[in-house]
Design a protein around this ligand. Structure first.
Ligand code: DGJ
Length: 748
């Protein structure tokens, strides 16, 4: 049993394999947080926040007869607003009395095996014997607001998944009876740490520069990341971690918080006057409001919390395993992902059947397995100014239609994939002309275009139904093996012609409920199709979309050196199988930089691998190298996609900056430890550079490995796992390496 309730002390213990999460019911009224700590087997009840009287601390009069007990001083489990706790709250509700004061009392609990789905929302899932769930009820007696906190505790992982629902249960008091409540804030997780000696890690950036890890010390006040773009965003990923000061990549305590949602969110840590740190994560209260009439309820999306006592690396590996096994779905979730050739950077909008087949011919000879026809095949789209929404074939460009292209590509031995951007519409399109009311908009206000397009109003049922029909028509043909689902602008004027003014603040979230319904339909009906999400690269690389589409285009920036930081940052939460990574042409189209094919190949092999360049413009020698890369990837892809990741040097590594300039180094180790792929990419190489020793991790110490690398280095040498891990490999950016080193280690 992973969840225990000690009735006499009023304490819940949530035990993962290595951690214990403690919740205290104080005097049968308030829910206090007792710590998330290394696992304990007994509890004296003495190690709790003492009741010191604190100057200026507001004390609820009804409470416990203890004048020292202030909600402002004690660690809370799910703090409300205005009744003592003056820190940021987890819940805020406008009641009929015109205030947002809440006073949530403990009102019972349930424990059950397994985990319930969150209706209409993506979430992790499990079999009954994989986890246990605790639900705790809270009630604000005055307004009738009931809150249910849900904690799923996993048997195998150091993971607790949290979600919250709020219900208007009605009030018998005259002022409140029959009146609605307005939810202004309902955070999915709230966690009070008794201390502030933590570093906060966030994944931040911009288009072409996504998920760069930023590490900072916590300090007094609020440190917050958020998105108000109605997308999880390029700018901030819905993730933060807190690591203790002595934590490293491999040791020390780290707590991860990952929000399973694709829209606007916020995550903050408030360090208060006594250096306690409150983590809050959930729907962004700035962009959200939800009216609840009596009897109505609202469920907020899930936060996945990971505990690691072996540093950031173990936290990442836990997320990878959980997300691969208990979040991703579809028949591709555990299958080797195909090597892709995508025509985007090869042709952009300028293609025809002949060019596509020429590309497919070469791709097939190189051993590639799936060809994606990207943007430009529909309406009359020759650039990004038109035709989104007109999902019928551009006959002037492709007179034989998708049938000819799909059949032609399949005949050449490749699977066929197609690009869509279903959530968008171009003002120059038949769809927009027929349904101008179908876009997000505010009557009488000017609107913003982004990449010349507008966002469809997916809060409307008719729009979602229409898109279901469109996707069914395309996928029902059986011609498509893969879909790239793009989303290329920040949404603005987030309002709907269908909603009354008092409900407009719901539209952002309703949009995602509509999108999730659409994606649920499409992905469940066509489980054999491989779905890849995309948003101008990685603008919606979040766990919620992984629930539907098990891979995502990592970034529009395909420069190998830029990609080191992007991919290593992404790997903090997301598994390699979900990171789509392609080799592109040089000079790189985004940075103008020239990198070696070696570097480009080794870097892209860190994820779901592919190419997007005109293979027919390459020299024979380059094609030969690519053929070798494809063959190598096929040999290592199970290990990369489904093994364990160990990071050694990261571009953000402030703990041990390397002096050779800068490099990224990581290894992927198969679950049975029989194969290991070790990669180093030098993002800056110095002549006569320092030699760095990297002690490998995750190998079998008792085994001997055959180590195969470039001829000059490790040409099929035999080394024990113990030596590789305890003595380590000596690496430096020798010119022969052309900027990167890949070693394949195989157990003999
Ligand atoms: C943005 C994507 O990230 C690119 O890969 C490409 O599909 C373009 N959109 C097409 O418009």
């Amino acid at each position: 049993m992973s969840i225990l309730f000690n009735e006499s002390d009023g304490v819940f213990f949530l035990n993962t394999p290595k951690s214990t999460y403690i919740i205290r019911v104080v005097d049968n009224k308030y829910l206090s947080h007792g710590g998330w700590v290394k696992r304990i087997s007994s509890w004296s009840g003495q190690c709790v926040m003492p009741l010191y009287g604190r100057a200026f601390a507001p004390v609820p009069q009804e409470l416990c007869g203890r004048i020292e007990y202030s909600l402002d001083v004690q660690p809370q489990e799910f703090p409300g607003y205005g009744h003592g706790d003056c820190r940021d709250s987890a819940v805020e509700v406008l009641s009929a009395d015109g205030t947002t004061v809440t006073d949530l009392y403990y009102n019972g609990y349930r424990i059950y095996k397994g985990k319930k789905p969150l209706e209409g929302l993506p979430a992790t899932f499990c079999k009954e014997d994989e986890a246990e769930t605790l639900e705790i009820d809270l009630l604000d007696k005055v307004s009738g607001l009931a809150v249910t906190l849900s904690y799923t505790v996993w048997n195998k992982y150091d993971v607790i998944c949290r979600s919250v629902s709020a219900k208007h249960t009605g009030s018998s008091l005259e002022l409140y009876k029959g009146k609605p409540l307005v939810l202004r804030r309902l955070m999915s997780a709230s966690l009070d740490f008794t201390g502030s000696r933590y570093r906060m890690i966030q994944l931040s950036g911009s288009w072409g520069h996504e998920r760069h890890a930023i590490v900072r010390d916590l300090t007094s006040g609020i440190q917050k990341i958020q998105s108000r773009r109605n997308a999880s965003s390029h700018q901030q990923n819905p993730f933060i971690a807190l690591e203790e000061y002595d934590a490293t990549e491999d040791s020390g305590t780290v707590y991860g918080f990952s929000f399973v949602y694709s829209g606007s969110f916020c995550a903050e840590v408030e360090v208060d006057q006594y250096n306690m740190s409150r983590v809050l994560m959930g729907l962004n209260p700035d962009t959200f409001e939800w009216k609840l009439n009596e009897g109505e309820s609202f469920t907020a999306p899930e936060v996945v919390m990971v505990y690691s006592d072996q540093g950031l690396g173990q936290m990442s590996r836990t997320y990878h395993d959980l997300y691969r096994n208990n979040l991703c779905r579809g028949n591709w979730k555990n299958k080797p992902r195909p090597v892709v050739i995508n025509n985007w950077e090869a042709t952009y909008f300028d293609f025809n059947a002949e060019k596509l087949f020429a590309l497919a011919d070469t791709a097939a000879k190189e051993g590639m397995e799936l060809m994606v026809l990207d943007d430009g095949w529909f309406g009359h789209r020759d650039d990004d100014t038109t035709s989104l929404g007109d999902w019928y074939v551009y006959k002037d460009k492709l007179p034989g239609g998708i049938e000819e292209i799909s059949e032609g590509i399949r005949k050449r031995g490749l699977k066929f994939g197609l690009w869509f951007e279903p959530e968008m519409v171009s003002p120059d399109s038949d769809l927009y002309r027929a349904h101008p009311d179908w876009v997000l908009q505010i009557k009488d206000r000017d609107f913003c275009l982004g990449r010349n397009q507008r966002g469809l109003d997916l809060s409307r049922k008719d729009v979602v139904d229409y898109l279901i029909e469109v996707m069914d028509n395309m996928l029902g043909s059986g011609l498509i093996d893969y879909i790239k689902w793009d989303f290329n602008r920040t949404l603005t004027e987030i309002a709907s012609t269908m909603q009354s003014p008092e409900n407009q603040m719901k539209v952002g979230h309703l949009y995602y409920l509509g999108l999730y319904k659409l994606m649920e339909h499409v992905t469940q009906k066509y489980p054999d199709v491989l779905f890849e999400s995309c948003s101008g690269g990685g603008g919606r690389f979040d766990p919620a979309l992984l629930y539907y589409m098990s891979q995502c285009w990592t970034s529009d920036n395909t420069d190998a050196l830029s990609r080191v930081a992007i991919q290593m940052g992404t790997s903090i939460v997301y598994p390699a199988s979900s990171m789509s990574c392609h080799v592109s042409a040089v000079p790189n189209h985004q940075t103008g930089r020239v990198t070696s094919l070696n570097q480009r190949g080794h870097c892209a092999m860190a994820g779901a691998f592919g190419y997007e360049l005109d293979l027919n413009k390459l020299e024979e020698a380059e094609l030969a190298e690519i053929k070798e890369q494809v063959a190598t990837y096929k040999r290592i892809r199970d290990t990369v996609q489904y093994g364990d990741l160990y990071r050694y040097e990261c571009p953000w590594n402030t703990r041990a900056p390397n002096e050779t300039g800068s490099f990224g180094a990581w290894s992927n180790v198969s679950k049975d430890k029989s194969q290991c792929v070790f990669t180093v990419i030098w993002t800056y190489a110095e002549a006569h550079a320092e030699i760095t020793v990297i002690k490998l991790r995750g190998l079998d110490p008792d085994a001997t490995y055959n180590v195969q690398g470039p001829k000059e280095f490790f040409d099929n040498v035999k080394i024990s796992g113990e030596e590789l891990m305890n003595v380590g490999l000596y690496v430096s950016p020798h010119p022969h390496l052309k900027g990167s080193l890949q070693l394949i280690l195989e157990k003999i």
